[in-house]
Write a protein that binds this ligand. Structure first.
Ligand SMILES: CC(C)(COP(=O)(O)OP(=O)(O)OC[C@H]1O[C@@H](n2cnc3c(N)ncnc32)[C@H](O)[C@@H]1OP(=O)(O)O)[C@@H](O)C(=O)NCCC(=O)NCCS
Length: 166
């Protein structure tokens, strides 16, 4: 295991800017592409609020060997059913293609189905994102349908992973 997780803090704005302030990272996850400092702060506050209200967020992740900030990976509310959450992973460019998204996602899935006892995880991605389907399939997610996604105005492929421990 190369990664450590913790919760976002308000003082993490410089880390959040290093991640969500990069248009290459945001290319398929936010239609605004280039987020202002204030928009990154709002995103950080949103994830801090998810943790207070639902005990989940896209937790910041760090290399255990050096303490370097790698990105975030975690869960967020998704629809009305509290037994289903959405998984997401965003990495700084420097850490792409090292198997870290897969490693972080596997840790989050184990936490979601073990400790949190969730029934299922949902995932969706921008239709032009060719990496997410590979990663999601490798993690055991199955494609279910395309659904409209407000922020992009496009139909996004959707996936589900059910809790086999239940
Ligand atoms: C998508 C993202 C999380 C993938 O992270 P990653 O750590 O590079 O992924 P992994 O190294 O675990 O790769 C898993 C597999 O995905 C595929 N893959 C990853 N990056 C790829 C690329 N640039 N091109 C083609 N295939 C790729 C490979 O099959 C890879 O396995 P392999 O290296 O053994 O061949 C990362 O690129 C990212 O943070 N992008 C910006 C945010 C984003 O789009 N998140 C997804 C939102 S749904």
């Amino acid at each position: 295991m190369r990664l450590g997780f913790r919760c976002w803090r308000e003082s993490d704005l410089p880390l959040a800017l290093g991640l969500w302030g990069d248009p290459q990272v945001m290319k398929f996850i936010d239609a605004r592409l280039t987020l202002s400092g204030r928009e990154v702060k709002e995103l950080l506050e949103k994830h801090i609020k998810f943790q207070h209200e639902a005990g989940i967020q896209y937790w910041p992740i760090f290399l255990l060997s050096s303490g370097e900030h790698v990105g975030c990976c975690g869960l967020r509310p998704c629809g009305a059913d509290p037994g289903t959450r959405e998984i997401g992973v965003h990495l700084r460019r420097k850490f792409w293609r090292q198997g870290l998204a897969e490693e972080a996602s596997r840790t989050v899935i184990a936490y979601a189905f073990g400790r949190l006892g969730l029934n299922a995880l949902f995932a969706g991605h921008h239709p032009e994102n060719t990496v997410s389907p590979v990663l999601l399939t490798r993690l055991g997610f199955r494609y279910t349908h395309h659904e409209p996604y407000g922020p992009s105005g496009l139909l996004h492929p959707s996936y589900l992973l059910e809790n086999s421990l239940r």
